[in-house]
Ligand binder design. Structure first.
Ligand SMILES: [Zn+2]
Length: 184
């Protein structure tokens, strides 16, 4: 008997994305996940208003290809840094080295936070970030996929006309500015 069920938000009509991530940040997530192979990688995404502005890698103290447990010290340090930067937790990230970016039975059983879970699949080494990343909400034993938008680097996370002054204060010490063209 399995309690694992999920619904796909992608089946619905066009709608506002639940999670927006720039391709630069998505690439950081992919790079960290690959660096941790063969084990699962984990970390957090922070930002403002559902936009993922920064990725924070954390240590997987399980050091296993089959699960993860975030290092508690890393978690506290990252959350404190987020607060100082005026950002909020946008998603919990972990990788699936050899399986699709779909929550496992354990992911569902161990999900205790009402935060989007972003899963990175490395099962296809040629997959782009847009293909490898999927976001989920897990509540009461049910995983529902959320809509995820990976934006090209050249565009801001939000329409400038809505003016979000908070974005100007984002720390970008680790941000690179790859001038590669957007992939479509
Ligand atoms: Zn998982």
């Amino acid at each position: 008997m399995s309690s694992v069920r999920w619904r796909c938000a992608r089946d619905g009509p066009t709608h506002v994305s639940d999670l927006v991530i720039s391709s630069a940040v998505a690439d950081e997530v992919m790079a960290h996940a690959r660096a941790e192979l063969p084990n699962e990688a984990c970390g957090l995404l922070s930002g403002i208003g559902g936009g993922a502005a920064r990725f924070h890698a954390a240590r997987n103290i399980e050091a296993s290809p089959f699960g993860f447990e975030m290092d508690a010290g890393d978690l506290l340090r990252i959350l404190a840094g987020m607060e100082r930067a005026g950002q909020e937790l946008v998603a919990i990230v972990h990788s699936h080295p050899r399986s699709p970016a779909v929550p496992s039975a354990r992911d569902i059983a161990e999900s205790h936070y009402p935060v989007i879970q972003l899963i990175v699949s490395l099962s296809d080494s040629r997959a782009t970030a847009r293909e490898a990343l999927r976001g989920w909400r897990i509540e009461d034993g049910i995983a529902s996929e959320v809509s995820l938008l990976v934006e090209p680097d050249q565009q801001p996370l939000a329409d400038r006309s809505t003016s979000e002054p908070a974005r100007a204060s984002m720390s970008s010490s680790t941000a690179q500015d790859p001038s590669s063209p957007p992939e479509r």
